[in-house]
Write a protein that binds this ligand. Sequence first.
Ligand code: GDP
Length: 377
Amino acid sequence: FQNGIKQRSYPAVVRGDEKEYIGFATLPEQVHRKSVKRGFDFTLMVVGETGLGKSTLINSLFLTDLYKDRQPTDPTEKINKTTKIEKRTMEIEEKGVRLRLTVVDTPGFGDALNCEESYRVCEKYIDDQFNKYFQDESGLNRRNIQDNRVHCCLYFIPPYGHGLRQLDIEFMRRLHKKVNLVPVIAKADVLTQKEKKRLKENMMKDIAANQIEIYEFPECDPEEDDEFKRQDAELKASFPFAVIGSNTVLEVAGRRVRGRQYPWGVVEVENQQHCDFVKLRTMLISTHMHDLKDMTQEVQYENFRTQCISQISQMAMKSRTKLKRESQTFGDTGQADKLLQQKDEEIRRMQDMLHQMEEKLRTQQSIDQGHDSVINV
Ligand code: GDP
């Protein structure tokens, strides 16, 4: 606004009445072509105790049999079990778009009496991927970095309780700043509609009371069409999703559906009256996959990177102090002065970088909860 008058924005070149286009309107197509050529990476971590239906749900989500080679678990081993990381990658292609999907499973999670080790294993895996990315980014081959960072963590909660258990609270509190947490209620077919509603409400209350930051949907763009807005509102209202998984295809009234057969009827995985499976799939794959990746890059990874650089800068300062002390003790000023200058230069660079990153994080937080900006240092 200038003098209270709204300024219009014009095309880049305007001559008389006729508009001349420079050609940058094709930029979205160029970006699209490049992204399609490169393909996409997405890493999903699944966490929850053995038997909660994690593998079944992943197979149902991606219409695959990702765990066909897995040995059946022996429930008597539960107590002594240690948490392992099992990583499986598959390439999926849809309409010429390639997705390299990695599923990180954590068999044994929460099965031992002391869960501390389970949390540590998951946390270490996430940190290790950030660390690897940080090193690749600072290395020579920056153009071909493979992104193995965890973009989303599906956390399975049993349907039998009244809300979150201590185990769930501790896990989420420990990891909420490092990964996009999406809690799901497992095996929702054991709950009536009323029980499901109450469990969801209790879980959301527990999440708020314990200041847990789960993945938050971005604000819907006011420019979006009504159908999108309706879908978005429905997704938000159904959180946390109560899901059912099945690898069995059944015939119901002439239709072939994935479902679970009970003496009284069939529970259909993709029936929205029966569970939120379709909502979870829509969010994870069709509507919010990119936002989950953006959040990983701009919030969680930036936090990690800031901490790393701050640690490196502190180490540089310590080594400067040591160098200065040694040079005073031994009286070797010439060489020591040169080294001190180098250290000062290094520290200054780190501090500049830190300052820029803090600034970037601050801007990011203040823009809005819509997290739709990309600012690169
Ligand atoms: P995981 O150990 O968490 O990977 O669990 P699995 O996917 O191996 O499932 C354990 C058992 O639970 C299997 O017998 C599944 O058929 C069953 N199961 C999986 N999903 C569901 C579900 O949504 N509802 C019910 N009732 N059972 C399920």
